[in-house]
Design a binder for this molecule. Structure first.
Ligand SMILES: Cc1ncc(COP(=O)(O)O)c(C=O)c1O
Length: 410
């Protein structure tokens, strides 16, 4: 994942110069997103597909950029389904996630989603009942929670231990027995999403190997007519050490041979990545409102905060940032600044939890400069509590893909 922030830096400085109020924005580089997605797709083996888990960032320009490239979208609510179907009626959609309501299941059948990823025996029963009433057949993958002995350790696990996600593998015989008597549901395979924040390519290949072996074992043990395996998302972004990202080249180099070795070439293997697809294309930018010393620490107060950009708080990290110097200084008094100091960057909320970065070294930082937080294109604006304190929302700026820019200039 190569990070090239030049377009975002320039756009931030230009937009700030045109704004009278202190500046705050999300800036997305759609060309970078397009290139990144194309790069991933170009290296996937022939029987692999890449879906985008839109929960990471469902902004329309993001989806419009990805729709012609990826194989489809993964949605996890009726709202996401409606949003995708309203704008992309022909794009393949799969519907996963816990706690699906009857009306969401019905909407999924109505919208002809390709697969429903079923999370529990209760959901299986309700889906069959709804499909029967509609005289329709639903195609399903069972989401299974596997207790793997060597599940890689990451900071966010959805499986491999007691969680609300997926069907416990010990309940599989019961689910399969039940499915045999319910032809209104057609089982096509299995879905797994045991973890997020995977940073180790080798470990991820091992995890996929475990999925492949397990699925082939079930196929043989229960004589299943299946050919689909959804290996979820979960490839991470290294916010703590941005120079050491997931090694996609190594991963994709190892994936083809793994598929051959495990005799999975006849299967369709689907990824539904969120964070790894969209995080790098977006940055959150805030103007420095104040710099102050308080009981021995230096605080930098920015325009905005965790109500816009909750990612560092949600993930428990100090988010990396860079300083974009701004010349403008409209006041008749001296500009406050710090040099060669470790600072904590906080927002405008009345809570000590409104912290974006801690003990971060800066060479020079002045009131009125901009702070640019990269890797803010996924699980950022969309997971934040926007209206806490009713501060204004940040600007949302989408830098167009090259073809759109050329067309607009002609
Ligand atoms: C079922 C499922 N699939 C895919 C994803 C996307 O995960 P990530 O953004 O880590 O790739 C998630 C995230 O929570 C998920 O729950």
């Amino acid at each position: 994942m190569r990070l090239d922030l030049d377009r975002i830096r320039i756009a931030a400085q230009q937009a700030q110069a045109e704004t009278a109020e202190p500046f705050c924005a999300y800036i997305y580089d759609l060309e970078a997103l397009r290139r990144h997605a194309q790069g991933l797709l170009a290296t996937l083996p022939a029987n692999c597909e890449l879906f985008y888990a839109i929960k990471a960032n469902s902004d329309l320009p993001i989806l419009q950029t990805l729709a012609p490239l990826v194989h489809g979208f993964e949605v996890a609510s009726g709202g996401e389904l409606e949003w995708v179907r309203g704008h992309f009626p022909a794009t393949p959609v799969v519907f996963g996630g816990p706690g699906k309501t009857d009306s969401e299941l019905e909407a999924a059948l109505c919208a002809k989603v390709e697969y429903l990823h079923v999370e529990s025996l209760g959901e299986l029963e309700r889906l069959a009942w709804i499909a029967r009433q509609r005289g329709q057949r639903a195609t399903v993958l069972l989401r299974i929670n596997l207790a793997l002995a060597d599940l890689p350790a990451t900071t966010l696990t959805m499986g491999g231990r007691a969680t609300p996600f997926g069907i416990d593998a010990v309940q599989l015989p019961e689910a399969l027995d039940w499915l045999r008597n319910h032809p209104e549901l057609r089982l096509r395979g299995f879905h797994f999403h045991l973890l997020s924040h995977q940073l180790d390519a080798e470990a991820h290949l091992k995890l996929l190997q475990s999925y492949f072996r397990q699925v082939r074992q079930w196929q043989a043990d229960y004589r299943l007519d299946i050919d689909q395996i959804n290996v979820g998302g979960g490839i991470g972004v290294n916010y703590r050490e941005p120079g050491r990202q997931f090694d996609w080249q190594a991963f994709s180099r190892g994936l083809g041979p793994l598929i051959e070795r495990e005799q999975m070439t006849g299967w369709r293997i689907r990824f539904e990545l969120g964070r790894y697809l969209s995080a790098a294309c977006g940055s959150y930018v805030m103007e420095v409102l104040d710099i102050k010393e308080n009981l021995g620490r230096t605080f930098v107060v920015g325009r905005g905060g965790t109500h816009h950009f909750r990612t560092p708080y949600a993930q428990g990290h100090s988010h990396p940032f860079e300083v974009l110097p701004v010349a403008r200084w409209p006041y008749p008094f001296v500009r406050r600044e710090v040099r060669d100091t470790a600072v904590s960057v906080v927002g405008q909320l009345c809570t000590p939890k409104d912290v974006l970065a801690t003990d971060a070294p800066v060479e020079r930082l002045r009131v009125g400069d901009l702070l640019l937080f990269p890797y803010a294109g996924a699980y950022a604006w969309h997971i934040s509590h926007h209206d806490f304190l009713r501060h204004p929302h940040p600007a949302q700026i989408y830098l167009p893909i090259e073809e759109q820019r050329h067309a607009a200039n002609q």
